[in-house]
Design a protein around this ligand. Structure first.
Ligand SMILES: C[S@@+](CC[C@H](N)C(=O)[O-])C[C@H]1O[C@@H](n2cnc3c(N)ncnc32)[C@H](O)[C@@H]1O
Length: 290
């Protein structure tokens, strides 16, 4: 492996947490090629040499963003969203009845499909949330992805991935060959750049955290650190949803995975466990389990 690719791997891991496998390094050159051209450089290696020399923060951020994988789609994997609607929300409606305030964090929101999926569910559950304040904070390291998320404009291909037709027609309107998310849905989500390597404390505590399909890019040690910090950012009866292939087992024993769906976790150190049923339960059942 070229020496510069080794240094690049260290640079990327330090800034973003993303740990590239040695056998994936070939794609660094192809991903950076067009950026190199934009900057009048012959190769990705020359582009990186410029960063090493000048430390230009704008170029640095562009290079990192070019390497991040922003793959996402509406209602991805379905189960965490069904669980949110059928179990988490009824529990929170009861448990937070006094303050009527719920805080949700999408911690690697990419281009916005995940927070907008949650916003659609909240809109559909508006009757039971009348008079409530429900915040959705959507963060990501990539400013470019967040810009797309803020715009809320998606291609036909993007809306066809995971979004049922009735929700497409209800929450989006056509603009040429694209679809724009309805303003009232967009207004439900606050977008902000945030690096998962930084301190979570300023963000406060959350009732629900979706941190999906990002920890898999980190090495084991960093996954453990971030999971522990996520626990610190969860309300005692809060929920954490990870990606379908991600798990806390053997990494963070402060989290209890759902018996059937390992990617949905609650805090183990909580005095009373929140409910784990997945079918749409009656509210009474929920209050009995919380
Ligand atoms: C594969 S996408 C997952 C999007 C969405 N959560 C989902 O599951 O569909 C991973 C996202 O993590 C973001 N990311 C990578 N490293 C990050 C970091 N250190 N802090 C915050 N976001 C990061 C990337 O920019 C990307 O948008």
């Amino acid at each position: 492996m070229s020496e510069w690719l080794n240094r690049f791997r260290t640079f990327l891991a330090k800034r973003s947490g993303v740990a590239l496998d040695a056998d994936k390094l070939y794609f660094v050159e192809s991903r950076l090629q067009s950026l190199a051209q934009q900057y009048g450089m012959a190769s990705a290696e020359d582009l990186f040499a410029r960063i090493e020399k000048s430390g230009d923060p704008v170029l640095e951020s562009e290079i990192i963003q070019a390497l991040l994988t922003n793959e996402t789609f509406f209602f991805r994997d379905r189960i965490p969203f069904d669980h949110f609607r059928n179990v988490v929300l009824p529990h929170l409606v009861e448990a937070r009845a006094a303050k009527r305030h719920i805080r949700i964090w999408c911690a690697a929101a990419s281009t916005g499909q995940e927070p907008y999926s949650l916003a659609m569910i909240l809109d559909e559950e508006a009757r039971r949330l009348a008079g409530w304040r429900v915040e959705i904070l959507a963060t990501d390291l990539s400013e470019q992805a967040l810009e797309t998320a803020r715009q809320g404009v998606y291609t036909q291909f993007e809306v066809q991935r995971g979004l049922p037709i009735n929700q497409l027609l209800r929450y989006f309107h056509r603009e040429g060959d694209r679809w724009r998310v309805a303003e009232h849905l967009r207004a439900r989500v606050q977008f902000r750049q945030f690096n998962l390597l930084s301190d979570f404390q300023p963000l406060g505590a959350f009732d629900v955290i979706f941190c999906r399909n990002v920890l898999l890019y980190f090495d084991l040690d960093l996954r453990r650190k971030v999971l522990n910090r996520l626990v610190g950012a969860m309300a005692p009866d809060g929920y954490l949803a990870l990606g379908a292939t991600e798990s806390v087992v053997g990494i963070c024993d402060r989290l209890e995975p759902h018996p059937k769906h390992q990617s949905i976790c609650t805090r183990r150190d909580t005095i009373a466990s929140p409910p784990v049923a997945l079918a749409r339960p009656a509210l009474k059942l929920i209050s009995g389990g919380s």
